[in-house]
Design a protein around this ligand. Structure first.
Ligand SMILES: Cc1cc2nc3c(=O)[nH]c(=O)nc-3n(C[C@H](O)[C@H](O)[C@H](O)COP(=O)(O)OP(=O)(O)OC[C@H]3O[C@@H](n4cnc5c(N)ncnc54)[C@H](O)[C@@H]3O)c2cc1C
Length: 248
């Protein structure tokens, strides 16, 4: 199969990227992991691609802890592999996405935006109370991450995520190996939100989040809520028992 190679634009900055996208014919590209598969599967190849991977604003990554900032900024063109290496609750969650070779190229922004693909980071970002920084023809805007799949307008670029630096708990287990757990639970006591996930299956845990926000021991609530979702009792209670573990 022959895949057409469209023209590639390397903008100097985000404003230029947005200006090139304004005619509606060009599309942003980052790691191209989803885009190439889409084109190979028969989706129309865009006539022009705007490369986001060389823009400083999109490749900058704040450290996971100790920055002294109220929130951590993660550029949208940061690869999932780099996010994993940077640690924190988000890095721990990103380690469950795809495989290492895919994570070396796939970006955070692509995971949140790519239409028709799983968006495993979304539920975690929602639990952590993160916001998205989006640049469009009119202005920049900040929007809270919601559970609804959010589609950016074609002319818009996801520039960065802003993730509150408040501590979160991540527990994982139930898998064949510790490095590839069957389930992972992320709990933020500051937002009062919790989420459970396995690759391609992520959902909120309302009762656990409420218990966390109230400062009560989440163990019993978490175990019951996981069992209610159909998680085997042994796995659910194993995760609940370890629920006090701090973020890696
Ligand atoms: C083999 C495989 C396994 C996978 N497994 C998982 C999984 O287990 N869980 C999961 O959640 N995901 C999974 N994915 C999806 C993966 O996370 C995405 O393919 C990847 O994150 C997309 O990032 P990218 O940089 O490669 O995006 P690209 O392929 O470059 O772009 C994808 C789309 O997003 C748009 N886009 C990208 N960045 C931006 C931006 N900053 N602003 C605006 N638009 C943008 C592009 O225009 C395009 O439409 C898998 C993908 C593959 C190929």
């Amino acid at each position: 199969m022959t895949v057409a190679v469209p023209g590639l634009v390397r903008p100097r900055d985000v404003d230029e990227a947005v200006a090139v996208l304004a005619d509606g014919a060009a599309r942003p590209v980052a790691g191209a992991t989803a885009l190439l598969v889409d084109v190979a599967r028969g989706a129309g190849a865009p006539s022009r691609l705007v490369d986001l991977t060389t823009l400083d604003e999109l490749t900058a990554l704040d450290p996971a802890a100790g920055s002294g900032l109220g929130s951590r900024r993660v550029g949208a063109a940061v690869s999932l592999a780099r996010l994993v290496r940077s640690g924190g609750a988000l890095g721990t969650a990103a380690a469950q996405i795809a495989s290492h070779p895919v994570r070396l190229r796939a970006t955070v922004g692509g995971n949140i935006v790519a239409p028709g693909w799983p968006h495993d980071l979304r539920t975690v970002l929602w639990a952590l109370g993160a916001t998205l920084e989006v640049a469009g023809p009119a202005a920049r805007r900040r929007v809270a991450v919601s559970l609804d799949p959010r589609t950016l307008a074609p002319q818009e670029v996801l520039v960065a995520l802003h993730v509150p630096s408040t501590p979160a708990t991540v527990v994982a287990g139930g898998g064949v190996t510790a490095g590839r757990p069957a389930l992972q639970v992320v709990v933020s006591r500051s937002t009062g939100r919790a989420a459970v996930g396995t690759s391609g299956w992520r959902r909120p845990l309302p009762a656990t989040g409420t218990a966390a926000a109230a400062g009560t021991d989440i163990g019993a609530v978490l175990g019951d809520e996981l069992v209610g979702l159909g998680v085997p009792r042994l796995v659910a209670h194993d995760l609940a028992d370890r629920s006090a573990r701090p973020a890696a």
